[in-house]
Design a protein. Sequence first.
Lengths: 216, 224
Amino acid sequence: MVKELISRFSELMVIGLSGAFLSNAVLCRAMGLDRIKNIEEDSDEIIFCILQFACSMLTSLLFWIAKKLVYIPASLLEKAGVSEYYSRAFLWPLLIAVLTAAVFFAVFVITVKIAPYDKVTSAARQLPFAAFNTFAAGVILIGASAGYSFLETLFYVAGANLGYAVANWMLREGNRRLQNREIPAAFRGLPARLLYLSGLALAFYSLTGRSLSSLL
Amino acid sequence: MAKRDSSNDSFVSRSRLMLNAEEAQKNDFIFFNNAVLGQGLALTPVIAAATTLKNAVILAIAAVVLIIPARILGDATVGWIKTRLRIIFYAVLSALLLIPDMFFLSKWFGGSFISVGIYVPLLFVDGVVTWRASVAQREGARHVFRNAFSTAIGYASVICIIGAIREILGKGTIWGVRLFQGPLFSAASVIPGGFLVTALVAACWQSISSFFKKIIFAGGKTGG
């Protein structure tokens, strides 16, 4: 019994860690890059990460339950000429949008109640983009397409958010060093940041066991 | 006296020309304020999924269908829905539009649509669709249509250019037609290569854009 529990827990940890590092959503799937241009201007990145974690975790757990309830009559699918898998996938974005909206209001109310007074304004300003972005929706879609169980989804989303925080920290550190006058004018700003991310992505890519020779 | 008048006239007309050029540059969402290269939006589909020209075309069509109606209807909600909540409207509306969008794309492109994976469904929260949600000013129907259309065209052109470059480098083909015996640079087909190719295209865009800006503004200054 104990052995089984340990084995199950280690499986869940593998899913979580692979979400954080092996298939890091930012560096291995290019998700959540919309803030790349103004990441250093925002000093409240920790608040953003906490809000994004809360929103993606709650939405993915709700989505796990809700997607089992979506039913489309087989006759309708036959008429439209689409497979059942496709038809469900077509509805997933709408389901995620509606659930994220519900979670958005819940997180907003909780934040206003528990957050320190000086942080409430910043949290309220960041919440819309923490709830609705390609990373938050992406981890839900990945978890759903991988067919994870409820517990696996929980570990995967937690790991993916840890991966986001790591990638975000590395990007901020890189951005500070990229503000250098010696960088050619054509590469200043977005191109330099993308080149830096390319190097980081290559480093994370090597964790999957691929060698550099297979890429050249 | 007449000489001074004519020099004043030429100064005024040149200043007007410069102001017009500045205005045109501010409102240009195809090149100068390109959504991908200028504003860093929609990088997720460009880097992760635009590995071939066909994938890029699928993503471009899917996004164009979302951007234009979302921007027009989104602009109409200014004043009706609080600015902080407008992103919900944009996301739900885009997710609704995605249903017929994905249905037709899967019919037209079949297997290629599968290779784009989750990146078409993800467009409903992409910055290129939702970035105007935080803007509290109303643009007006004609203005918003023109801006939305040029944003969509700018995004579609960049994703197609990057998709074509990555297909040529990564696979040695274009739209599936073989150009070279083997891949020139296999890494172009994967994420690190996507970052690299996008960075190089952005650098080219930046130098061309600053070259044109120099011509516009230097022309105005010397003219004065």
